[in-house]
Design a protein around this ligand. Structure first.
Ligand code: CP
Ligand code: NVA
Length: 310
């Protein structure tokens, strides 16, 4: 497939067709294989990326910055505290100014509407590096990881246990678009957004996928190929953390849950992990855990996004 993604934003995987997602996954696999063989690329020679961060980050920040460098371009890190946005300069002005300097903008912030406003006013592609609603770059890297371990995505049973947050929203969209059976088990009151559930159900119907929602982790894990979890309290929910601990008891990937899954099941986590909460240390460190391959794949998936869009 030819690249039809030049100039596009990457705000949510809902805006990408299954073919476009598969194109990015193929490109990521190719760039990864070549990188391992020592084959370099100048695909983004002279190109630049501004990276606006309004929340902490290890993986997203480093992998995008290094990804730009490896493709012959450069990235500049912009913490919100140091930008004039922090002193009240409007997002729409920031978008128009940065568009005069750089070839793409990555942003991590709270409201999805801020990312959308930035994209509306920027003349260059805007990439969502995590909002309260979505984490699409992580979900793309996760699909790459599942593909590597399972050799296919269609029909794969992906069980997510925990909070109905940004991570599960992006996994539901990616998974149903790619024909997976996505099962989600959350505590009552912490379900994913009804709007995204409805959208993902439609994607599942169109693409031969399935979406099953519930509040029973054991049922959701039975026979699963992939077990996935994320923190009980996301960035911005620090004050709810203690209260959430009470509601999330039992919504944990542990030995007992793992035994219910397929014997070759892999365990995934976007990281950072809170051991003893959403995942136990023994499972996190077990041979079935692929969390560091998953983290590595952020680099390769992001290089594909950058090479395709910028
Ligand atoms: N998984 C993830 O996005 O990690 P960071 O918060 O470290 O970027
Ligand atoms: N749900 C988590 C993901 C971190 C990568 C958060 O938003 O904090």
């Amino acid at each position: 497939m030819e690249n039809h993604l030049k100039g596009r934003d990457f705000l949510s995987l809902k805006d990408y067709t299954p073919e476009e997602i598969k194109f990015l996954l193929d490109l990521a696999s190719k760039l990864k294989a070549e990188h391992k063989q020592g084959i370099g690329h100048d695909l983004l020679k002279g190109k630049t990326l501004a990276m606006i961060f309004n929340k902490a980050s290890t993986r997203t920040r480093v992998s995008f910055e290094i990804g730009m460098f490896q493709l012959g371009g450069m990235a500049t890190f912009l913490s919100i505290q140091d930008l004039q946005i922090g002193r009240g300069e409007p997002i729409k002005d920031t978008a128009r100014v940065l568009s005069r300097y750089v070839d793409g903008i990555l942003i991590r912030t709270y409201a999805q509407s801020e990312v959308e406003e930035l994209a509306q006013y920027a003349d260059v592609p805007v990439i969502n590096g995590l909002t309260d609603l979505y984490h699409p770059t992580q979900a793309l890297a996760d699909m790459l990881t599942i593909l590597e371990y399972k050799q296919k995505l269609e029909g794969i049973k992906l069980t997510y246990i925990g909070d109905g947050n940004n991570m599960v929203h992006s996994l539901m969209i990616a998974g149903t678009k790619l024909g997976m059976e996505v099962r989600v088990a959350t505590p009552k009151g912490y379900e994913p957004s009804a709007e995204i559930v409805e959208m993902s159900q439609a994607f599942a119907k169109e693409n031969g996928g399935k979406l099953v929602l519930g509040n029973d982790p054991e049922e959701a894990c039975t026979g699963a190929d992939v077990l996935y979890t994320d923190v009980w309290a996301s960035m911005g929910q620090e004050e709810e953390a203690e209260e959430r601990k009470k509601h999330f008891q039992g919504f944990q990937i542990n030995k007992k849950i793992l035994e219910l899954a397929d014997s070759k099941a892999i365990v995934m986590h976007c990281l950072p992990a809170h051991l003893g909460e959403e995942i136990t240390a023994d499972v996190f460190e077990s041979p079935q855990s692929v969390v560091f391959d998953e983290a590595e794949n952020r680099l390769h998936a992001h290089k594909a996004i950058l090479a395709a869009l910028l």
